[in-house]
Write a protein that binds this ligand. Sequence first.
Ligand code: G3P
Length: 220
Amino acid sequence: MKFFLDTANLDELKKGLALGIIDGVTTNPSLIAKEGNPIKEQIRRICEIVDGPVSAEVVSTSGDEMIVEGRDLAKIHKNVVVKVPLTRDGIRACATLSKEGTRVNVTLCFSSAQAILAAKAGAYFVSPFVGRIDDIGWDGSELIQDIVGIYDNYGFGTQVLAASLRTSIHVIQAARAGSHCGTMPFKVLDMMFNHPLTDKGLAQFLSDYAKAFQEAPADR
Ligand code: G3P
């Protein structure tokens, strides 16, 4: 399972990348807006520090404009994956950009029917939003499972990128469903480390060792 950080914040990215387990980054217009720089500038900065796919989302709404904007975003850096919304125009833009060899992430996917359209358009990634499905009282993890199964039936090359992952349970559910990738905010990644028995066990190991050898940690 590939791990992406869902952020446009460079400090968070640096903290996450230092762990050595991050495969790429996803952004969206809301995340870019928080950083206060125009999309192209912020994406360029992100690509300078991330060795992996960096999703950059278009803000145009017509297919023709999305194609022009997508081509422009793709020129920023070889790591850029152009992100388009799952609308009729977005699917048309995805089909055109994909045929030209640009990798496309189709976002705002909330149903298996929509995911089939993204695969048919040659999307590199499709992003179903687990948390936002849960928000309306449906089961986001079932959607991931369904899309993975459908893609397997036909050998579609589109990778499922579970998005809107808000808790470590969401990450586990996406992994159980066989999602190829998961994108999460830094705080969710950080939450995955936590277990009281790890803390307790480590404290015990260190204190047993220190007692046996009567060493203060600084003397080691
Ligand atoms: O990048 C899109 C996505 O992950 C949004 O998450 O928590 O705003 O639903 P959320």
